[in-house]
Design a protein around this ligand. Structure first.
Ligand code: PEP
Ligand code: MN
Length: 362
């Protein structure tokens, strides 16, 4: 746990209404009409806590639409005046911060490409020194938890109290079903490291397509996330950026209606008894797994000693390939995925080699 961080729990934020926080609005502000139309429709749902719209867009390739710039901030100001919705936008430079604050933007966020760059984050933190703002940090595009935490620490050091994280997935070279890989273990680890840190999920940028939004949002809710950021647009197919992942306000409402919100804790004693019994079964199996691993490593050590006495190297590839083939097939018969078996046995093998190396060099 990173004790030095003092983060304001989401329950103390003015935008929190006692339910998962929802930030929604178009990927990009395009025109005054599009912004006002989005905002009016979203305000009517009575479920959106912050209206978002990208003003400056970090695009992968030049010549793509790079955002309307400062002019769009006037529209966001108008949104707030007319609908009462707090507004939010991405900032990537000091200039963005000053301009956004000048137009009364309530929520700022640091985008995934910017949070990967400590110089840029520090610049933004410096611009925010002494400002009473709400700032979210999207995970860096690369799966580096320390970098994500580092960005949060920089804001914290600038005196920002209301800091949150947004999980938007990680880019990969390989073509994957989702636009960005969720790698759920990274935000979960972030939660363990900074327990009070408000954590939102951005299913739009993880999924990259409308049809995945619900399943990703549901998973986030089942992992006790504090809220969601979902892109919406009055006419998604004609959006100037991220068209395939945006939904109409009406589709957003339907999605929210299908989302199952479960309680993180229960006071039902019967439920707790059954859960407790099941969990103690798990604990027993975990103990057995550890005992088995200990025994397995003891044998590996004996083999190491034997190989040493006979002057044989540790690694025998053919033997290892044979083991992997066998266990993957066996595991699949038992309903375990090939990926899981492969990863688990690679880890066991590595540990085994480490034990043998120790014996060899003893
Ligand atoms: C966005 O929210 O529109 C955006 C550009 O997000 P990200 O930084 O996650 O790519
Ligand atoms: Mn977008």
């Amino acid at each position: 746990m990173d004790q030095k961080l003092h983060i304001e729990p989401i329950q103390n934020w003015s935008i929190y209404k006692g339910r998962p926080l929802l930030i929604s609005g178009p990927c990009s502000a395009e025109t005054e009409e599009q912004v006002m139309d989005s905002a009016r429709q979203l305000a009517k749902l009575n479920k959106v806590d912050v209206f978002r719209a990208g003003i400056w867009k970090p695009r992968t390739r030049p010549n793509a639409f790079e955002g309307v710039g400062t002019e769009g901030l006037k529209w966001l100001k108008q949104v707030k005046q007319e609908t009462g919705l707090p507004t939010g936008t991405e900032v990537a430079t000091q200039k963005h911060v000053y301009e956004a604050l000048k137009f009364g933007i309530d929520v700022l966020w640091i985008g995934a490409r910017t949070s990967a760059n400590p110089f840029a984050v520090q610049e933004i933190a410096d611009a925010l020194q002494g400002v009473d703002a709400m700032v979210f940090v999207k995970n860096p595009v690369n799966p580096d938890l320390e970098l994500w935490i580092g960005a949060i620490e920089r804001l914290q050091a600038a005196g920002i109290k209301r800091i949150g994280a947004i999980h938007r997935g990680f880019s990969a070279y390989e073509k994957t079903t989702y636009r960005n890989q969720p790698k759920w273990q990274i935000p979960i680890e972030l939660r363990l490291r900074i327990p009070d840190l408000p954590l939102l999920c951005d299913p739009s940028h993880i999924g990259g397509a409308r049809e995945y939004l619900l399943e990703i949002a549901q998973e986030a809710m089942d992992l006790n996330y504090d809220g969601l950021m979902i892109e919406s647009h009055p006419d998604p197919d004609s959006a100037w950026s991220d068209k395939s992942q945006q939904v109409t306000p009406q589709a957003l409402e339907e999605l929210l209606g299908r989302l199952v919100l479960r309680q993180p804790v229960s006071s039902d004693s019967n439920f707790l008894n059954v859960l407790g019994a099941l969990r103690s079964q798990i604990d027993i199996f975990d103990d057995q797994l550890l005992d088995l691993m200990e025994q397995r490593m003891n044998v590996a050590q004996t083999i190491g000693k034997y190989k040493k006495d006979n002057n044989i190297t540790i690694l025998q590839n053919s033997r290892w390939e044979e083991i992997v083939k066998k266990v993957v097939a066996k595991g699949q018969d038992k309903g375990l995925s090939a990926e899981f078996i492969d990863q688990m046995f690679k880890a066991i093998h590595l540990e085994s080699i480490n034990h043998q190396v120790k014996v060899m060099n003893a």
